[in-house]
Design a binder for this molecule. Structure first.
Ligand code: 4NP
Length: 167
């Protein structure tokens, strides 16, 4: 199983989600799942994650080795599950889908959150905002990643996708 987290710039939300997922999957001993990240925009290709993404993440025990890449249609071949951070990301990614099989891989990370039954929430973009935005971002990502790891363990991924994907 290959997971790709995707946001706009690939320096805040998707590298944070990637780091949290890698950490939690390792803790759960789920070494058959790999994680990468990308951004729909080309602006930060080759860049390390934003310093506040790294600072806040390291404080929570996460490590970062990723550099920015742009999400392009070919990357659908490298992922079984494409996790968008917000509805705009989701639509941008779906526009790049070549087939219905590509589109079927896409869902927002919030579909796995503990409050998803009340409606899937976006992970807001914290870029250019205060440190608190990064704290909230990690709180939201950690909650959703716990749900995703549970879904993988319980083999309920398809049920969540069927309920929440828009493509
Ligand atoms: P991200 O946040 O999509 O969570 O990585 C952003 C990072 C950079 C920009 C926008 C959003 N930017 O405009 O450069």
């Amino acid at each position: 199983m290959r997971i790709m987290t995707v946001c706009l710039g690939n320096i805040c939300r998707s590298p944070a989600a990637e780091a949290v997922l890698i950490h939690e999957l390792e803790k759960a001993g789920m070494d058959h799942v790999s994680v990468t990240s990308a951004g729909t925009a080309p602006w930060h290709v080759g860049n390390r994650p934003h310093e506040m993404t790294i600072e806040e993440g390291q404080g929570r025990g996460y490590t970062f080795s990723t550099v920015g890449i742009q999400f392009l249609p070919e990357l659908f071949d490298e992922a079984d599950l494409v996790l968008a951070m917000d509805s705009t990301n989701e639509q941008d990614i779906l526009e790049l889908a070549r087939t219905s099989q590509d589109a079927a891989k896409v869902v927002r990370l919030g579909a796995f959150a503990s409050d998803a039954a009340e409606g899937v929430r976006d992970v807001p973009d914290p870029y250019n905002g205060p440190r608190e935005g990064y704290t909230t971002m990690y709180d939201q990502i950690e909650d959703a990643v716990a749900g995703l790891v549970r879904a993988l363990r319980e083999d309920s991924l398809e049920r969540v996708l069927a309920e929440h994907r828009t493509g």
